[in-house]
Design a protein around this ligand. Structure first.
Ligand code: HMG
Length: 438
């Protein structure tokens, strides 16, 4: 059977599965059975999911967990979290409970500006291009009126458009660099539609210009697209309390804990190898809530990591200090999120996630997501600087290890009881099972 195919997209779902199963699997029947086992028996629901993307053959489950007890700016939340990794939800829950009794989290949206660019090539005099741009600038606004009128009613729209000269980096390269306010939508479609109209306006106006020379009138638009780097769409999340109040199980000496914690954050600030793992821990919380609320985690990831490198070296997204015996831990991240549009009104579990958060505005969701990142980072750093990460993580991961073996319910209880007081590792579980099966 050839391993490439023309017209695959035109096949029915069953035909697609047959081709895949017979082409790529040694046991085609078994593969087909597994693929179809994950179909939803509710055919309308299945159709909805099939149509989210192209060439859908089945569903891929991820657990939808919840972390209660998040107190943010005096309001209680239960976080919906979609993630495959054990111990993340437990860690978030534990951090929520811990900070809930120490004043909770404070979160602030610092600004919410989105960015889009028309990248174009202009072969001519920069001063004349600038004069031309200033002459036609208002046309970019007027010719996008049909796209922007609804957004304007909601208080958003195009904020500004600048001409940027990038010729020192690439020959004849300029940009229309536009900023937008998109209120409760992430704004990708809105921004891209505006940008494509800007590009048309730019080309048409250039052809009719009395400022540009004949040669300069042939502006070449390379592309028009939003930027997922949104350093002016920022949210800050913070926790703080007197150092003495940090005391808890495994934190018998709060001063020592606070100092070690601050040093651990400092290491992530100066050492990129550590910063990447440190920020990965933050993304455990961020991605889980972003996914549960139907937002674009790839855009969020790309934007946040670019922000972590903004000073020329990849660094920690979070920071910590002790000042006047007060411990403060905070992060500041760029987040372009939506609570309307996209999957938010389509995916039934996204609707559940958003309703669980009591239908937040985009600003409120930015605060929730930033707090999820900070809480996760706190939990990981607390473990790392006290017991080590493996104790708690492996305790949560134990079920996954046990599930790799055939054990009865009573054997499962026996294993769990044994590992309440013994260190969990894959080999320790294997040895223990082998011992009692002997
Ligand atoms: P513990 O102290 O053993 O938990 O912590 P506990 O049994 O005393 O329970 C305390 C609270 O924790 C509970 O309160 C829950 O809120 C939560 P309660 O509900 O009883 O009122 N909790 C749970 N929630 C749901 N299901 C559970 C559960 N157990 C406790 N089964 C814990 C155990 C795992 C929470 C702790 O050890 C911890 O926070 N560890 C950190 C785990 C972590 O960060 N995991 C992320 C994966 S590792 C990683 O990828 C990131 C990393 O590389 C990042 C970095 O390097 O910075 C580490």
């Amino acid at each position: 059977m050839p391993k490439s195919i023309s017209g695959f997209s035109k096949l029915t779902k069953d035909e697609k599965i047959n081709w895949i199963a017979s082409t790529h699997f040694t046991n085609a029947e078994e593969a087909t059975k597994t693929i179809k086992k994950y179909w939803n028996s509710d055919t309308d629901l299945q159709k909805l999911h099939d149509e989210f993307i192209e060439n859908t053959i089945t569903n891929f489950y991820l657990p939808f967990g919840v972390a209660p007890n998040f107190l943010i700016n005096g309001k209680n939340y239960t976080f919906p979290m979609v993630i495959e990794e054990s111990s993340v939800v437990a860690a978030a829950s534990k951090a929520a409970k811990y900070w809930g009794s120490r004043g909770g989290f404070k979160a602030t949206v610092l600004n919410s500006e989105k960015i889009g660019q028309v990248h174009f090539i202009f072969n001519g005099d920069t001063e004349r291009l600038t004069a031309f741009f200033n002459q036609i600038k208002s046309k970019f606004f007027s010719e996008t009126q049909s796209i922007t009128k609804n957004m304007q009613k909601r208080g958003g729209g195009i904020l500004d458009i600048e001409l940027r000269d990038k010729t020192s980096e690439l020959e004849n390269y300029y940009q229309l660099h536009a900023t937008f306010e998109t209120k409760d939508s992430m704004g990708a479609n809105f921004i891209n539609s505006c940008l494509e109209q800007f590009a048309k306006t730019l080309i048409n106006e250039a052809l009719q210009s009395d400022v540009l020379s004949e040669k300069e009138k042939n502006i070449e638009v390379v592309m028009s697209i939003l930027s997922n780097y949104v350093p002016n769409c920022l949210v800050r999340a913070e926790v703080s309390c007197p150092v003495a109040e940090l005391v808890e199980k495994n934190i018998e000496n709060p001063q020592e804990f606070a100092e070690k914690f601050v040093r651990a954050v400092r290491i992530a600030e100066i050492e990129p190898f550590r910063a990447v793992t440190h920020n990965k821990g933050i993304m455990n919380g961020i991605d889980a809530v972003v996914l549960a609320t139907g937002n674009d985690f790839r855009a969020v990831e790309a934007g946040i990591h670019a922000y972590a490198s903004r000073n020329g070296k990849y660094s920690s997204l979070s920071h910590a200090k002790i000042e006047n015996d007060i411990f403060t831990f905070w992060l500041e991240i760029p987040l372009a999120l939506g609570t309307v549009g996209g999957l938010t009104s389509l995916h039934p579990m996204v609707k559940i996630g958003l309703e669980m958060l009591e239908k937040p505005s985009a600003h409120e969701l930015m605060q929730v997501v930033a707090v999820a990142g900070l809480a996760q980072n706190f939990a990981a750093l607390r473990s790392l600087t006290t017991t080590g990460i493996q104790e708690g993580h492996m305790k949560m991961h134990l079920n996954n290890i046990i599930n790799q073996f055939e054990v009865t319910d009573s054997e499962r209880i026996l294993i769990k009881n044994h590992f309440k007081t013994n260190t969990v590792s894959h080999s320790a579980v294997v040895d223990f099972i082998a011992e009692f099966k002997r």
